[in-house]
Design a protein around this ligand. Structure first.
Ligand SMILES: [Fe+2]
Length: 189
């Protein structure tokens, strides 16, 4: 989990996920523990980093995708514009809240924009982002269909089982404690 803390590149902003998350949550109005809230984002983060270890995806892009892809949702149900809004938000944040290379930013924007409307992309980092999200579908009662996963890493039975058990149980990754102050489970928001 090398990118959860701070990655400083070239003396610039780098990526501090805690800072990115704080900026995201300034305008996030849905429940933190909701179907598309921070607990989901944390599982997507850990799913993505686990997959990236096998796929070779950019861990920085996977990590930013985790905290940004659902950050501009207006509701927990049908919101087809939330991916493109997340992509636009990422463009606003780059250079102000985090910085990555042009290539990393382009992959992040593509991954956010298409994460619900697209099934497959040629780039392995985009594939890994989308699989990290889809591996968490059982939180809303949907069993991930291996045929709809992009990477061989995500289709492995042990990975599917691991992610699905966590999704179904509403598992709250330890990494959350270092990223955001959450109310006790059972309390609103
Ligand atoms: Fe998601």
């Amino acid at each position: 989990m090398t990118v959860v803390g701070c990655r400083v590149s070239g003396g610039g902003l780098g990526v501090d996920l805690k800072r990115v998350l704080a900026e995201v949550l300034r305008e996030y109005r849905l429940p933190l523990r909701g179907d598309h809230g921070v607990v989901h984002w944390a599982r997507v983060l850990e799913n993505g980093l686990r997959l990236a270890g096998e796929t070779g995806a950019s861990e920085v892009v996977v990590s930013l995708f985790a905290v940004l892809h659902d950050s501009r949702r207006l509701n927990e149900h049908h919101d087809p514009g939330h991916g493109p809004r997340a992509a636009a938000f990422a463009k606003q944040l780059r250079g102000r809240v985090y910085d990555v290379s042009d290539e990393e930013q382009e992959l992040l924007v593509v991954a956010c924009a298409g994460h619900t409307s697209e099934r497959w992309h040629a780039d392995i980092t985009v594939q890994t982002c989308w699989d990290a999200d889809r591996l968490d579908l059982l939180r809303v009662g949907i069993t991930p269909d291996p045929a709809r996963l992009c990477t061989a890493a995500a289709r492995k039975p042990d990975v599917l089982r691991w992610a699905c058990e966590r999704a179904e149980a509403g598992y709250e990754p330890e990494v959350l404690r270092g990223l955001v102050c959450l109310p006790e489970a059972g309390f609103p928001n």
